[in-house]
Design a protein. Structure first.
Length: 450
C-alpha cells in the first residue's frame, strides 16, 4: 500500500465520519428515530412553514421561464456546457413539465382554476406549508450541500471495494451502491435517489446500475414506515410488519435486476463508455481492506479545495430544486387528481381482486384498488385502507404500500426529474411487477400472523 500524509488520512476520516453522522446514523426525536439531515430539514421546514410555498412557487417559475428561454436551442449534455445552461436547457417535454408545474403551483396558492388542481388532497397536499415540496425544499438544501461529504472524500471508494463481493453477485451492482441503500433505509428514499443520480452523473454507475438502484433500493425510511402502520391501526405489529418489508425487499432486489425492464438497460456509463472500462478487481498481493483504503485516500487527496466543496454543494442544491421540484409538482398533482377524482385506480385495481381472492385475502374487492393507488402516493393506501375491518387485509395493504417503492408524489417524481435513465413506462412496469411478486410473500406472512 502506498504511503499517504497525515493530512490525507484526516481528509478521508473527518469528512467521511461527518457524512456518516449526517446521513446514516439515526437519532431519537419526538417523532421517532431520524437521521440528522432529515432532522435539520424538518426544523428548517417548520421555521419557514408560513412562507416556503411562495418560495417554491418562485423556484418553479424560474425553472419554467429559464427553460422557455432556451426552448429554441438544442439540448447539449456535454461537460463543457456552462452549468446554468445545463440547468435550464432541457428538451421540450421537460420544459412543458416545468411550465405545468409553475401553473399548478400558481393555481394552488391563489386557489384559482379547477378545484381538483388546488384541493388540499391534490396540489394543496404537495404545496402546503407542511407538504412534500416544502420538505423537499429544505432537504435539498442540506442534502445537496453535504452530499460531497459522502461522495468526495473516499467513503464510497472504501465501501465499494469492501462490499463488491456481496453486491455484484447478488444484486448485479457495484459495492459502492451499499451506501445508497443504507442512506435510503435509515434516512429517506429521496436521499438515496439524489445520491444515486449524482453518482450516475459522475460516471460511477452504468445506466442499468443507476436504474436498478433508483427503483430497487430507494427504500422508505423506518420513520415513515412507523407512520404508515400507525395510520392503518396496527402499530403493535410494527416488528413483523417491517421484518416483512425487509424480507420482500431483499427478494425483490434479487429478482428485479434480472428481468425486464431493468435487465434491458444499457451497461454503459452516462458518457457512453462501456462497463468493462472500470475494473473492480483487487490487485495481486493486496488485501481487500488495504486496497479499499488506498482508493479512498487517493480520492480524498484529490479533493483538498474548500471552495470546490461548497461549489459542488450549491450546484447540487440548484440542480435538485430546478430539476426535480417541478417534476414532483406536475406528476404528483396529476396522479393525486386521478386518485381523488376519478375511478382510474379502481379500474386498474380490478385485475388484482381475483389474485387477492386466490391468495385468501379477506375483503379482496376493497383491497384491490389499494394495490395500485399507491402509485400516486404511498400514504393513500394507508388512509383509504384504515376503514377495512380485516386486520390481515390492513396488514397486507400497509406492507405492500411500503414495499412497492415507486410512487409519483415523491420517489417516482424524483426519479423522472433526475438523470437516472428511467421513464414513466419503466416506473409503471416496475411498480406492477413489484406488486405481483411481493404479494404472495406478504400474504404468506399475514396468514401466519392472523
Amino acid at each position: 500500500m502506498k504511503k499517504f500524509s497525515a493530512s490525507t488520512w484526516l481528509l478521508f476520516l473527518i469528512p467521511s465520519f461527518l457524512g456518516i453522522l449526517l446521513f446514516l446514523i439515526p437519532i431519537p426525536t419526538d417523532e421517532g428515530w431520524k437521521v440528522t439531515i432529515a432532522v435539520l430539514a424538518g426544523l428548517m421546514a417548520s421555521a419557514i412553514e408560513s412562507f416556503v410555498p411562495w418560495v417554491v412557487l418562485v423556484i418553479l417559475v424560474i425553472a419554467a421561464v429559464g427553460s422557455l428561454a432556451f426552448i429554441g436551442k438544442k439540448e447539449n449534455t456535454s461537460d463543457t456546457v456552462p452549468f446554468f445552461e445545463k440547468l435550464f436547457n432541457v428538451n421540450l417535454f421537460w420544459t412543458l413539465t416545468r411550465v405545468v408545474a409553475a401553473v399548478f403551483a400558481f393555481m394552488v396558492l391563489f386557489q384559482v382554476g379547477p378545484e381538483p388542481v388546488w384541493n388540499e388532497n391534490t396540489g394543496g397536499l404537495l404545496l402546503s406549508g407542511s407538504g412534500l415540496l416544502s420538505f423537499l425544499f429544505t432537504i435539498f438544501l442540506f442534502a445537496g450541500l453535504f452530499l460531497p461529504l459522502l461522495m468526495n472524500f473516499g467513503l464510497l471508494e472504501f465501501f465499494g471495494t469492501m462490499m463488491v463481493k456481496i453486491m455484484r453477485p447478488l444484486f448485479r451492482l457495484p459495492g459502492r451502491s451499499s451506501i445508497d441503500a443504507l442512506a435510503s433505509w435509515v434516512g429517506d428514499g429521496t436521499i438515496g435517489v439524489l445520491l444515486t443520480s449524482k453518482q450516475y452523473e459522475d460516471n460511477k454507475y452504468t445506466q442499468r446500475e443507476a436504474a436498478i438502484i433508483g427503483t430497487t433500493f430507494s427504500v422508505v425510511s423506518i420513520t415513515f414506515a412507523i407512520v404508515v402502520i400507525e395510520e392503518i391501526g396496527l402499530g403493535e405489529y410494527f416488528l413483523p410488519y417491517y421484518g416483512t418489508v425487509i424480507l420482500a425487499g431483499v427478494i425483490l432486489a434479487l429478482i428485479m435486476p434480472r428481468i425486464y425492464p431493468l435487465a434491458q438497460k444499457k451497461t454503459e456509463f452516462m458518457d457512453g463508455s462501456p462497463q468493462d472500462s472500470v475494473s473492480e478487481d483487487v490487485p495481486n498481493g493486496q488485501g481487500l481492506a488495504s486496497h479499499g483504503i488506498e482508493k479512498a485516500l487517493e480520492k480524498a487527496d484529490r479533493n483538498r479545495s474548500v471552495a470546490n466543496f461548497f461549489s459542488d454543494g450549491m450546484k447540487n442544491v440548484l440542480d435538485m430544486r430546478i430539476g426535480v421540484a417541478p417534476v414532483v409538482m406536475a406528476f404528483g398533482t396529476i396522479a393525486l387528481i386521478l386518485a381523488e377524482y376519478t375511478s382510474t385506480f379502481v379500474i386498474l385495481g380490478a385485475p388484482f381482486e381475483p389474485y387477492l381472492n386466490l391468495l385468501g385475502v379477506p375483503e379482496a374487492a376493497e383491497a384491490a384498488q389499494l394495490m395500485v393507488v399507491g402509485f400516486a402516493d404511498m400514504f393513500l393506501p394507508a388512509i383509504l385502507g384504515a376503514g377495512i375491518e380485516s386486520e390481515m387485509t390492513r396488514f397486507v395493504v400497509a406492507t405492500m404500500s411500503v414495499t412497492q417503492l415507486i410512487y409519483m408524489s415523491e420517489v417516482g417524481g424524483l426519479l423522472l426529474g433526475s438523470k437516472i435513465p428511467v421513464n414513466i413506462f419503466d416506473l409503471i412496469v416496475v411498480f406492477l411487477l413489484r406488486t405481483v411478486i411481493a404479494l404472495p410473500i406478504v400474504v404468506g406472512v399475514a396468514h401466519l400472523l392472523f
